[in-house]
Write a protein that binds this ligand. Structure first.
Ligand code: NDP
Ligand code: ZN
Length: 355
């Protein structure tokens, strides 16, 4: 069967024939429909993030998938059921405490591998196997869009951690800003819109016309150009933000978020930068952080409850949103085009099959 792989020699995603997997006891066999591509895939391909499975000279890419159960193999799943797989799995023979608690997303490095990212093959292939506990059932209506559940689930988790950090007092956030208008940023704007934020902003650095700015504005959010105003100026030009979700991977933004927040506000950081030295007035930021009861939380990955919340969010999106975000679906053979960047493109997927 066809799989999209990278190897250390090429670092260019390409199609390779691999053997169809056999489900082990407790695992189901899933026929893959679509697999999304995001910034993390590009970082994996460039070698900046993740790594190959032990002893393997290739990595099957893909961590955002939707598929259909081909063989439940004695698990509780039904044949024909649509499912979205989670990403983390325990290291073979390694510690499993976080998995037993249902919190693999909180596990420290060394306790997990990530399918399609770090140490384990991903979902960009015709069939995959997975323990049933890592397959989240979704209704048939999401056959084309369900792969968005994985990235949305990452934002659900970030929002959960942000809310938890404000749970000691009465926190009623009204204004929110998403930093970044990549696919994760746009899905974050969609999530906050669905969560009822009316005063919603999205920060980018692009000229109009741009399809991502169209999505931001169609959602009723305000597009703010970071080339016109620094994050420190935004509270005066617009308003201070009760909640900030950072989805750029631009390290200065993580710390500048402190200036952007309203008193008692919280910033959830999702971006994964490379090493980057940043010049900041640490004293002023530290003071502001403490004297205004602000919080910053970092958040990575997500667990099954976040996938379920993400399904609800996806279902609450306005009809046009998923279609506007998924600008392209490519056959596996068109893999080269699928990974190219293109001005009109927001998010592309590889389509292995349809329902
Ligand atoms: P994209 O690359 O699609 O989007 C990145 C966004 O950040 C774009 O809007 C980009 O602007 C903007 N940006 C990048 N560099 C700068 C900069 N120097 N100044 C201002 N803006 C900048 O990535 P994704 O949307 O897929 O993901 C966003 C980030 O989140 C990535 O770092 C990714 O690794 C991380 N991530 C984290 C997850 C987690 O669980 N924590 C899960 C998934 C992703 P432009 O396009 O105009 O260059
Ligand atoms: Zn991702």
């Amino acid at each position: 069967m066809r799989a999209i792989v990278v190897t250390p020699e090429t670092e260019v995603p390409h199609v390779r024939e691999i053997a169809r997997p056999e489900p082990a006891p407790g695992e189901a066999l899933v026929r893959v429909l679509r697999v999304g591509i995001d910034g993390t895939d590009h970082e994996v391909i460039a070698g900046g993030h993740g790594g190959y499975p032990d002893g393997e000279s290739h990595l099957v890419l893909g961590h955002e998938a939707i598929g259909v159960v081909e063989d439940p193999n004695g698990t509780d799943l039904d044949a024909g059921q649509l499912v979205v797989p989670t990403v983390r799995r325990p290291v073979q023979g390694g510690p499993t405490t976080y998995f037993e608690r249902g919190e693999p997303d909180m596990a420290p490095e060394g306790h997990y591998v990530e399918r399609g990212i770090a140490g384990e093959h991903g979902f960009m292939t015709e069939y995959v196997t997975s323990p049933a506990e890592f397959l989240v059932p979704v209704p048939p209506a999401f056959a084309e869009t369900g792969f968005l559940i994985e990235p949305i689930s990452n934002v659900e988790k970030a929002l959960e951690l942000a809310r938890a950090s404000r749970s000691a007092f009465e926190w009623a956030p009204e204004s929110a800003m998403v930093l970044g208008n990549g696919s994760l940023g746009l899905l974050s704007v969609g999530l906050l819109d669905a969560a009822g934020f009316d005063r919603l902003y999205c920060l980018g650095r692009r000229d109009r016309p741009d399809p991502t700015i169209d999505v931001v504005e169609r959602l009723g959010a305000t597009y703010v150009d970071s080339r016109e105003h620094s994050l420190r100026e935004i509270p005066d030009v617009h308003e201070p933000m009760d909640l900030v979700i950072e989805a750029t991977g631009h390290a200065p933004h993580a710390f500048e978020t402190i200036d952007l927040l309203a008193p008692n506000g919280v910033g959830a950081l999702l971006g994964i930068p490379g090493d980057d030295s940043v010049m900041l007035d640490g004293g002023r930021l530290h003071r502001e952080f403490v004297l205004s009861n602000k919080a910053l939380v970092g958040s990575v990955n997500s667990s099954v409850p976040h996938f379920r919340a993400a399904l609800d969010t996806l279902a609450a999106f306005p009809d046009w949103l998923s279609e506007a975000v998924i600008t392209d679906a490519f056959a596996p053979e068109a893999v080269e085009s699928a990974f190219e960047s293109d001005e009109g493109r927001i998010k592309s997927a590889i389509e292995f099959d349809t329902l």
